[in-house]
Structure formats: structure tokens, C-alpha cells
Design a protein around this ligand. Structure first.
Ligand code: C2E
Ligand code: CA
Ligand code: CA
Length: 438
């Protein structure tokens, strides 16, 4: 009985599930995914040059290759995914539990990658690349047959594109995902080719009018893509995990520059560095900071770390103690983009934060809209009652500056004074300012 079952459901050559069993498996995971609201992807895979192998080396070699491909594909996906043989040199892979298109793209890219390694058949190296078409449940079809047809169509698009590639059925997904993958590989080479720079936006003491430091803002110039703003690549790097490497580079570079400037006479300057909440998922921030300070022989009080509200709201003991240790080094801590996240303010007093940066959207609208001015005033009062200092971001006009002074705001930064500047220009700006304010 069991034997008949296996015969009916499995491919005789590879032992993989056949189309019949693949359909059943799909229907099971599709049903489950309705509740979890996750995607199921059908990846239709076709070898690029199977006919040549069969014709030149014979059917036995062709069969051996198919068996090796089956093993490799199984090794490239999780054991809960289904790899099935559809016949000939066609395979179907069902991947469930996917949160988004990018994770599907990662799986497809991995398959292309493992297949690109040569196979050894009859002690000969054979290259057997493949083309993959992807259709997603439920977006590209509601039943197995529709999805299979769409994945097959997408596979032909991959062949047309020059083989050894994958394509989504949905054209828009292709552009999104391709752009995304371009950025990921662009970031990888940017780190290798040293394409990142830090620019520095001056910060001012509103009472004395003196310049007190700068916020370091990352800049990326890619020879092909041009200048790519941080708002476009930081979230990609956060999802791909590359933010850890970028973050290490940023802290080190900021410390290196701060030391250079101190030696050149900019004594009390504090450089603020942006940290992504994702960087806290690994525990190398503290080590990065200590390493950079030691390497450049810099006082910890020359550095400020800008944290996001979302990081503090989770109220994790682990983050609390980590921030305590970092603060104990003498590094300053501030909260960035304050007012855009949560309105639960209780967390502020539980962390060792000293400054709060009011988000620029409030400052920009403040002089036009009395509601926004009310919010700014409330934030400043609340911050002061918690013994926190306030930095206003995005100050563009004298009017806003005067109002902020009246409200008791301590510091400011924005285009009213200057945008972020390359290091040499920042140095000249600092010298000119010191000259002005004496
Ligand atoms: P942010 O930390 O809120 O940085 C302030 C952004 O506002 C900067 O944009 C700055 O150039 C811009 N800005 C400054 N003054 C004004 C003004 O008066 N008016 C207007 N309209 N804009 C002003 P930028 O450099 O494009 O950075 C965007 C965001 O990218 C930053 O927002 C920050 O979240 C992120 N980012 C930048 N550098 C880094 C970095 O090194 N690491 C991490 N994790 N994130 C970074
Ligand atoms: Ca910031
Ligand atoms: Ca900000």
C-alpha cells in the first residue's frame, strides 16, 4: 500500500514529490497562510542547457545530472519547503511562510547561485544554470493551476532576459526587487570601494549664538547611480543586515574626523552620530564605540549617539543596561525625531538620555500653525521638567529661531545656518563662526 502511494506521488528518477503531491502540498500551505497572512511562492525552474547535455553525453549522464540538481535544490531551501519534479528538466519549488517579496527574491537568488556552481558528471565538470519564474499566492492567482501557469510565464521572461536569472510574474515586483537587489550589491561594493562619506551639519547654542558641534550625516556617491540619499539606502541596509558594517564604519570615521579637528584647534566640538535601531539587534555597538575611541585616542564626551524613539519604547532590560554602560563611558545620548513616534513619555526618564531632538516637521510648520507651535512648546516644557535639553531640527527661518529662543529651546540646527557640509568646508565654516562670535 505504502509502495503504491510512493509510486503515485513521487518521481521515479529523483524520488522527489511529483506534480500531484506538489498540488496537495500547495493546497495545505495556502490554507494555512490565509490565517497567518503570509505569502506562498511558486518557483518554476527550468535548466538552461539540458538538451545539450542529453544530446552530447547521453541519457544516463542526463539522468545523473537531474538527480544531482534535485539534491542541490533540496539543500538550498528549508526542509519545510517542497521541491518537486515536474518532468523533463523542470522543477517546482513551493516556499511558504514568507513575509514579503524581498524574502522570495533572496530564495530565488540563492537557487540561481547554488546552480551556478558546476556539476561533476562522469568525472566531467558540467555547468547547468537555470532560469526561474516566480508567482506569489495570493497576489498572482488563487489556485495551483493559475499560479503554475503564471510562474511558467515568468520563467520564460527569465529565459528571454538572457537565462541564469529569475523573474517575477508581476512586472512591478520585478522593478522593485531588481532595484532592491541592485542597491544591496551597490552597498556591498560601496563598503569595499570606500564610497561612503560623512558630511557635517553644524549645531548651535541658541542663547550665545555659538557653534557647538555637528551631526554626522552619511553620503553615498556611486559612479553609476550617482548620489544616493540616505533615506533611500539606509532602510535597505537595515533589512539586509549591512547596516552593521555601515554603522561600524560611521562611528570610526566620525571619531577619526573629530580627533583631526580637535588637534586642529576645534576644542569643545561634539559630533553626533545616527544609530539605527537594527544595530541594537547585535551586541557590537558598545565594542564599536570603545574601539573607535581607543583607536583615535578620543575623549568619549566628544561623541553623541542619536537613538530613535522606537528603540526606547520596547522597554527591554537588555537595551537599558547597554545604554547605561555606553553612557558610563562618557558618550552622550540623545533621542532623534522626537514627536513622530509614540506619545508615551514615561520611557524618557528611564534611560540615560540627555537631549531630545524635536522632529523637523514640527519646527517647519511651527510659525504657520498654532497647533504645531503648541506641540513644540509642550515638548520643550516636558523635556525641561525631565531635566533634558532640547535641540530643534530643521530651523530654516529667523522667525522660527526667535520663537524657539522665547520658548527656551537650548540648541538648533538647520538650513538657516547651514546644510551638512564636507569636512573641509565644515572646518572653514567653524573658523568663520568663531571669528564672528568671538
Ligand atoms: P535625520 O537624522 O533626521 O537627519 C536630518 C536630515 O534633515 C538630514 O537629511 C539633513 O540633511 C536634513 N536637514 C537638516 N536641516 C534641514 C533643514 O533646515 N530643512 C530640511 N528640509 N532638511 C534639513 P539626510 O542627510 O538626507 O538624512 C536623512 C536621514 O538618514 C537622517 O535623518 C537619518 O535618519 C538617516 N541617516 C543619515 N546618516 C545616517 C547614518 O550615518 N547612520 C544611520 N543609521 N542613519 C543615517
Ligand atoms: Ca539624526
Ligand atoms: Ca532627526
Amino acid at each position: 500500500m505504502l509502495h503504491i502511494d510512493v509510486l503515485a506521488n513521487n518521481d521515479a528518477l529523483t524520488g522527489l514529490p511529483n506534480r500531484l503531491l506538489a498540488r496537495t502540498r500547495f493546497e495545505q500551505v495556502a490554507e494555512l497562510s490565509k490565517r497567518s497572512r503570509e505569502y506562498v511562492a511558486l518557483l518554476f525552474l527550468d535548466l538552461d542547457n539540458f538538451k545539450t547535455v542529453n544530446d552530447s553525453l547521453g541519457h544516463a549522464a542526463g539522468d545523473a545530472l537531474i538527480c544531482d540538481v534535485a539534491q542541490r535544490l533540496k539543500g538550498a531551501v528549508r526542509s519545510s519547503d517542497t521541491v518537486s519534479r515536474q518532468g523533463g528538466d523542470e522543477f517546482l519549488i513551493i516556499v511558504a511562510g514568507l513575509q514579503d517579496q524581498e524574502s522570495v527574491a533572496m530564495v530565488a537568488a540563492k537557487i540561481i547561485d547554488v546552480m551556478a556552481q558546476p556539476f561533476k558528471i562522469n568525472s566531467m565538470e558540467i555547468s547547468a544554470t537555470c532560469s526561474v519564474g516566480v508567482a506569489m499566492y495570493p497576489d498572482n492567482g488563487h489556485d495551483f493551476d493559475a499560479l503554475l501557469k503564471h510562474a511558467d510565464m515568468a520563467m520564460y521572461k527569465a529565459k528571454e532576459s538572457g537565462r541564469n536569472a529569475f523573474r517575477f510574474y508581476d512586472a512591478e515586483m520585478n522593478t522593485n526587487v531588481i532595484e532592491h537587489l541592485h542597491l544591496i550589491s551597490g552597498i556591498r561594493s560601496a563598503l569595499l570601494r570606500n564610497e561612503f562619506r560623512l558630511h557635517y551639519q553644524p549645531q548651535f547654542d541658541l542663547n550665545s549664538g555659538r557653534i557647538i558641534g555637528a551631526e554626522a550625516l552619511i553620503r553615498w556617491h556611486n559612479p553609476e547611480l550617482g548620489n544616493i540619499p540616505p533615506n533611500k539606502f539606509i532602510h535597505v541596509a537595515e533589512r539586509s543586515g549591512q547596516i552593521h558594517e555601515i554603522g561600524t564604519w560611521v562611528i570610526n570615521e566620525a571619531c577619526r574626523q573629530a580627533k583631526l579637528w580637535q588637534v586642529a584647534g576645534l576644542q569643545d566640538l561634539v559630533i553626533a552620530v545616527n544609530l539605527s535601531p537594527v544595530q541594537f539587534r547585535r551586541d557590537n555597538i558598545e565594542r564599536d564605540v570603545i574601539n573607535a575611541l581607543e583607536k583615535h585616542n578620543l575623549l568619549a564626551s566628544s561623541i553623541e549617539l542619536e537613538l530613535t524613539e522606537s528603540l526606547l519604547i520596547v522597554d527591554s532590560e537588555q537595551i537599558k543596561t547597554l545604554l547605561k554602560r555606553i553612557r558610563a563611558l562618557g558618550v552622550h545620548l540623545s533621542i532623534d525625531d522626537f514627536g513622530t513616534g509614540y506619545s508615551n513619555l514615561g520611557y524618557l526618564s528611564r534611560f540615560e538620555v540627555e537631549r531630545l531632538k524635536i522632529d523637523q516637521s514640527f519646527i517647519r510648520r511651527m510659525t504657520e500653525n498654532s497647533n504645531d507651535e503648541g506641540i513644540v512648546r509642550a515638548i520643550i516644557e516636558m523635556a525641561h521638567s525631565l531635566k533634558l535639553e532640547v535641540v530643534a531640527e530643521g530651523v530654516e527661518h529667523r522667525q522660527a529661531l526667535e520663537r524657539l529662543k522665547q520658548l527656551g529651546c537650548e540648541y538648533g540646527q538647520g538650513y538657516y545656518w547651514s546644510p551638512a557640509l564636507p569636512p573641509e568646508e565644515f572646518f572653514r565654516f567653524w573658523m568663520a563662526q568663531c571669528h564672528l562670535t568671538g
